[in-house]
Design a protein around this ligand. Sequence first.
Ligand code: PLP
Length: 371
Amino acid sequence: MTTLVPLSRPSLGPREQAYVQDALASGWVSGTGPYVERFEAALAERLCRSHVVAVSSGTTALELTLAALGVGPGDEVIVPALTFAAPAAAVLTVGATPVLCDVSPADWTLDPVAAGELITTHTRAVIAVDVLGHPCDYPALARLGLPVIEDAAQAHGAAVGDAPAGSFGLASVFSFHVNKAVTSGEGGCVATDDAELAARVRLLAHHGMTPQRPYVHEVAGRNGRMTNLTAALGLAQVERWEELVAARRRVGERYTAHADGLGFGRRPVRPGVRASCWLHTVATDPGTRERLVRLGRASGVDVRGIWPALPELALYRDRAPRPWPVAAAVSRSCAWLPTSADLTDEEIDRVVHAVLRPAASGDPAPGPAVR
Ligand SMILES: *Cc1c(COP(=O)(O)O)cnc(C)c1O
């Protein structure tokens, strides 16, 4: 069956066209240029941070932040068991050990109490993932006394009170991959108020040298820059931030109105938190989750089970010193429905009628078992 409703698609319009054309015409197509600077400045303002460094991906942003903090072999970094795998992979990439920690039943983000029990003399940092668009409990995480890196890759537009996701912890990272709420195609950034940390990230992302001293490599840096062409696309999207975030929220609300009536659960939200809608997540039981995915396959609607808990993967099996029952239960019982800023009401209704409704009624689902 061809895909009629994709899991996500970008919303690209005349502003994106104009900025990319302009960058192309200017000849500034690689890792420096006016759009990179404007992109960084626009993000710094939005995230209430004094420094933003644009980089080539969210994963690169995580690696560079860890490297800039001096995290390496022999060090441990606490990472939630429920997340897209990039934070754990970034810890391995810098040569350190990810220590996987269960999430809280209250909001499915890193459990501060469980994290505290995993601290050893080797623990150097915590990567707190604003999973499924819900900011972590940062005041509680701060009490752990470790540098906290906020991974806000799924949380564009989320907030706690007036504080936006991306403003918490020592540094925050975003991804602007095409399936995120704000995209540059591929891309990411590091946001921080720590001038030294920002300078270190920039140094590492630019071959370990500064523009003031070309070819004087202070450290073995890498090339993690965002291109001006990419930043042109990214700036257009950042300028549409409110619109893009609100459009996804509208999609989530329409799904929720239907799903509530059909008896599906919601992701829990802590009081005072405004969660963002990245991919709309329905909570159910593993059997119904399976039916949702199969009905989606049969009707051309890209419904997906969320990630397995990381310790379920062979690569991370030995990385969780303590049980992770909440991450296990959530990962097995949740599914994503197609979510894009420009998803039409007709498409949403198609998802509801072809997938949500029959899955809720217990109709036998066609096709072989799929994750
Ligand atoms: C998408 C994502 C990343 C990785 O971002 P890329 O830009 O794809 O490298 C990192 N962390 C989380 C939580 C993500 O969802």
